[in-house]
Design a protein. Sequence first.
Lengths: 184, 386
Amino acid sequence: MKKTLFIVMAMMAMLTACVPFWTHLASPTLVKDPTYSVELPSDWVRRNQTAKGNVAITHDGMGIQSIFIEQNAHAKAFPNLKKSASPTMLPSELAELQLAELKTFPALSNIEVLKNTPQTVSGLPGFRMHMRFKNVKGLTYEFLWLGVVNAKGYYSLNYRAPSIHYFPKHKPDFEKIVDSFRLL
Amino acid sequence: MVTGKFCRRLSLCALLCTLVTAPAIAQKIPAFKNGAAVGQFMDEEDRLWTHAQEFDVAIAKAGHVDPTNSFSSYLQMVTDRLFPEFVGKIKVHVFRSPHLNAFALANGSVYINQGLLARIRNEAQLAALLSHEGSHFVHRHGFANQRSFKRASGFAVGARLLGIPLLGDLLALSSIYGYSRELENDADGAGFQRMQMAGYDAQEGISLFKTLQAEIKAIDAKEPFLFASHPKLQERIENYQKIINGNSARGELAAERYLENSAEIRARNLQTDIAMARYASVISVLENPLERQFYEPTADFYLGEAYRLRGKPGDEKLMAEAYQKATVAAPEFAPTYRAVGIAAMKQGRNDDALAHFQKYLNLQPSATDRDYIEAYAIQLTGESKK
């Protein structure tokens, strides 16, 4: 039994290794998840190995710019804080917990909020935070983070890139993604 | 065939050998006699020094060092009093973290977390901490530690080549990446002597450890990562007690001087704790009247925020009481009115919420969350009209 299990697991590992890690998006691509849909822009590259229902894309490499779309069950919305989200939470409360969750990562403990405003996401009241942090080489990155909660879970869309050149360059693509995001 | 059980035993034996030999290695390394001797390196000590300097630069660039100049100057003054022959060689920095921790690098850089500085009650306690961390540098514990770690790493690589499963061993080895128990005890002894020579009350070292121990117990926290390299706090207390036994002479406390210099750090740390949702820590400190007395009246607002974030049954009432105290004790402090307004809004007391939101925006017109409050006010006004 153990031997069979080992062989099956080894085969699964090998098959997984055969799947390409990245997919180039030659044209705008509609992603349909059971709980949301979103259109990804062309000329970006999508990472294939992500948690179920999540999307990760980059244009020039994850260290240069990245966009993540994530969904979590209410109870797993803020895992490091061990706090839940709920549909009754105010957008400012969601933003507060999201910021605290980010600050639990040592590299982001000094993240600075440049602007924190309410924003409608797929017709629901959500939040939009514009943040900034420096890495250990002193390079400044900016973050745009949008979040919204409904009866099905907590959804976040975020974009990160160095302030110099990349952040403004790819921000319009992120805004298009946000506009196309629909909760189903 | 080598069994897994045998491999684990072999790994454990090798690990124990490493741990036992580490202090022996450490004893062969002489301490720096004075500032002039700093820089006369042994073997690969210069490489370690370079790594430490790179670490200094990296954390400064990433903004982890608090640039509060007046307080940093004060910390440096106390350090120089403890280590007069090393003036300019030991440099103290405030590390922007609410966790209760401090650490020294091999090049003489000492970092004390903002959270730990907020818990210190007098200059003698600060001196206990600085003399301990400074002694790690003077006694070259970083170098001693590097040697023992390299031996351990060598074992790890060798074991991996033999195909021995190492995950557990690597975790164990990572805990010795800090200073060993013997080196920590050594720093306690040397630190105690420094405190006495500088005229501080050495008993305060125990008071500080006991304060930390009480808080760690109250918030049910695992000791912070870098504390994992220290003997458990209880052992530290016992060790320190042994060192000071027979030395009943008391020295300077300088409580007022410390509290005056550190007021801003305490206030800032409350903000950091709440921003990082470390509500248990805030409640533990501010529910204790002995601790509460060291904070400004606005601290009641942060206590209310901590109850709100904790959200246990009964916390809503405690939160309201804390906010109420804050509005009385610090009536011009705007964030309390926002918090009371949001609480009222959630309870359906729309008029009360609107009045508090208005007061908040009047007191703080440039509030970063103004857009939210205005949106909530519009929503409430709409509901009231219906």
